[in-house]
Ligand binder design. Structure first.
Ligand SMILES: CC(C)(COP(=O)(O)OP(=O)(O)OC[C@H]1O[C@@H](n2cnc3c(N)ncnc32)[C@H](O)[C@@H]1OP(=O)(O)O)[C@@H](O)C(=O)NCCC(=O)NCCS
Length: 228
């Protein structure tokens, strides 16, 4: 990893979840400046998006995120060259630089005097702002990215457009903080995810090992450029 992140990455990493949310709201033209969430278009209705850092993530969301990650991904990790190390993975997921986009159904209106219901979330995305290498021969040429570490949708809700909404929110966030692109790593064996990412506009990144003739790795690096 490069030693010195660019200014845009530094500023984005210093931003609070509230500041990330405020910029994200602007991109949707959302008229709810005080709300701790933004309601984003989903099918012909809306879903509720929250932004958190590892520090602000409620413990119930933390548990839900970890359980969904393990349910969706553990078998896939266990089948890979390096296997699965839960402790290492947990440290990565809840790293201090992790930022979380959590998508839930909009709760039904609460009965008078009752606490508002909190429906179980539908899916989440974890990302970090980072400075990344490029394929340029100039070693100093780096780019600023929102790196998607996880995208997980509850199995009961696959194929309902939730992954698309989450990646769109990530791209809006990345653009708002002047990143050059959104990047991610995906197992080559994860055919469903590869098909999904192709559908939502991701292609092999310039630093994907396959581009350098390195084929004996079990992952691909994909990206989507955010340049206008
Ligand atoms: C991959 C995943 C995130 C996709 O989320 P999703 O909410 O099911 O996907 P969406 O409904 O938003 O699909 C968006 C588009 O991708 C397409 N797509 C989604 N899954 C697909 C699949 N398995 N095969 C082909 N196309 C697929 C959809 O048809 C849709 O296209 P359309 O909008 O033109 O109809 C979800 O299946 C998942 O959580 N998988 C398990 C975890 C995982 O592998 N995460 C990625 C780790 S890198």
């Amino acid at each position: 990893m490069p030693a010195r992140p660019h200014l845009a990455v530094k500023l984005a990493n210093q931003a609070s979840p509230e500041a990330l949310l405020a910029k994200l709201k602007d991109t949707y033209g959302a008229p709810t400046p005080r709300a701790k969430h933004v309601d984003v278009p989903w099918h012909s209705s809306f879903a509720r998006l929250e932004v958190h850092s590892t520090k602000t993530l409620p413990s119930t969301s933390r548990d839900w995120i970890w359980n969904l990650f393990e349910r969706n991904m553990r078998p896939l990790y266990e089948a890979q060259q390096d296997g699965y190390d839960a402790q290492e993975k947990r440290a990565e997921v809840f790293h201090p630089d992790s930022r979380f986009l959590v998508l839930s159904p909009v709760p039904p209106a609460a009965a008078a005097g009752a606490a508002p219901p909190r429906p179980a979330p539908l899916g989440f995305c974890i990302f970090r702002f980072d400075t990344e290498e490029t394929a340029s021969e100039d070693d100093d040429e780096l780019c600023d990215v929102a790196y998607c570490y996880e995208l997980q949708v509850d199995g009961a809700h696959h194929g309902k457009g939730i992954g698309r909404v989450l990646m769109d929110a990530l791209e809006r966030t990345a653009r708002a903080w002047r990143m050059d692109k959104v990047m991610l790593t995906v197992f080559k064996a994860n055919e469903q995810a590869l098909a999904f990412y192709a559908k939502v506009g991701y292609t092999e990144d310039e630093i994907d090992p396959g581009r350098f003739g390195v084929l004996d790795v079990d992952y691909s690096i994909l990206s989507k450029s955010l340049s206008p």
